[in-house]
Design a protein around this ligand. Structure first.
Ligand SMILES: Cc1cc2nc3c(=O)[nH]c(=O)nc-3n(C[C@H](O)[C@H](O)[C@H](O)COP(=O)(O)OP(=O)(O)OC[C@H]3O[C@@H](n4cnc5c(N)ncnc54)[C@H](O)[C@@H]3O)c2cc1C
Length: 304
């Protein structure tokens, strides 16, 4: 049953028509539990609150399924507006983005042009930009673009997903760039030809790549709500005397807030991923797929 629900939410999240329909109606079905609002003002207010609680943030202006150059440029403009708003408000947040929203599926040149616009603005503010990793079809091209940008920019990092077979090699290759990586388990529906189908194998690979990247001396963001993984990381960094400046824990807005607080109280750096914007549906579906028990919230909100 759980697998069926996971597949259902993952497929729905990928549907352009469902996404288009949802866009028209603002945050619905309890999505506001996971999405900080539709406007930049609401998002900045959430960042302010999280900063007060001792957490730093990465803001994500949600945008998926961009089909025209105009839409891609608009999306880049929203990223720039987000960086401007962060600087103006003086809050502690960097930016996360998806390259498909900047035109990756239209042309690599367009995507690069938009990435440079955003990275230039971030550099002007001394801020940092994280490239989220999307589905497997975009993995190689995303890494190629990251490599190219990394030659020109210090303020850019990318995400690596533990569920892919290729990941261990990617971690080895990215070491030469001293890549600042966010490491995750992986959120998309992938075939067993490219990704570990069994959770235990994903978890094992996840621990392995966290330890590899930290041992290589690179900055590592461990983005997970899995207490086991977090505890294993804590033990590893303590035993190896890894400085607390070399890593941070990251969690999603609205998820495992007690655990976030506990880590802050223990003196760890915790960054919360705060998504906002009208294009909330795909993100919301991925969160439901991760934990079909969350579907209860949807049902309760439909019948409210
Ligand atoms: C900051 C951040 C950024 C991310 N960026 C990307 C990215 O760029 N690309 C990508 O593919 N994936 C990304 N992910 C998603 C990631 O790949 C996983 O799908 C997600 O984090 C769930 O895995 P987990 O490590 O929390 O462990 P799991 O084993 O899935 O979960 C462990 C425990 O965490 C809790 N939990 C997990 N998810 C939820 C949820 N949705 N609702 C409520 N409780 C939950 C539950 O208690 C669960 O038992 C990101 C995750 C985070 C935290």
């Amino acid at each position: 049953m759980e697998v069926l629900m996971r597949n259902f939410f993952q497929s729905l999240g990928k549907s352009p028509s469902a996404n288009r329909l949802a866009k028209k109606y603002g945050l619905k079905f309890g999505a506001s539990r996971f999405v900080a609002g539709s406007t930049i003002e609401q998002a900045i207010e959430s960042v302010r609150q999280l900063n007060k609680e001792g957490k730093v943030v990465t803001l994500d202006h949600l945008g998926e399924f961009v089909f025209s150059e105009e839409e891609a440029n608009e999306s880049a403009a929203m990223c720039i507006k987000t960086l401007d708003a962060i600087a103006k408000a003086g809050v502690d947040s960097n930016l996360s983005l998806k390259m498909t929203s900047l035109g990756l599926d239209i042309s690599r040149v367009l995507c690069m042009k938009n990435m440079r616009r955003i990275l230039d603005r971030a550099r002007m503010y001394g801020n940092f930009v994280r490239i989220d990793m999307e589905d497997y079809d975009h993995c190689q091209v995303s890494l190629d673009i990251y490599r190219e940008l990394r030659q020109e920019y210090d303020n850019v990092g990318i995400v690596i997903q533990a569920y892919l077979y290729r990941t261990e090699q990617d971690i080895k290759d990215l070491n030469e760039l001293h890549a600042n990586l966010r490491l995750v388990k992986g959120a998309y529906k992938e075939s067993s030809e490219v990704a570990f189908p069994i959770k235990k194998d994903v978890d094992e690979n996840y621990v392995k790549i966290i330890q590899m990247h930290l041992s290589n001396g690179n900055y590592t963001a461990i983005a997970s709500h899995d207490v086991e993984i977090i505890n294993q990381t804590k033990t590893f960094v303590e035993n190896r005397k890894v400085s607390r400046d070399q890593f941070e824990f990251q969690m999603l807005y609205g998820i495992c807030e007690d655990l976030q607080k506990q880590l802050v109280d223990e003196g760890y750096k915790v960054r919360v991923y705060v998504p906002y914007g009208i294009d909330w549906f795909g993100y919301f579906m991925r969160r439901l797929a991760e934990r079909p028990a969350n579907a209860w919230f949807v049902l309760k909100n439909i019948f409210k």
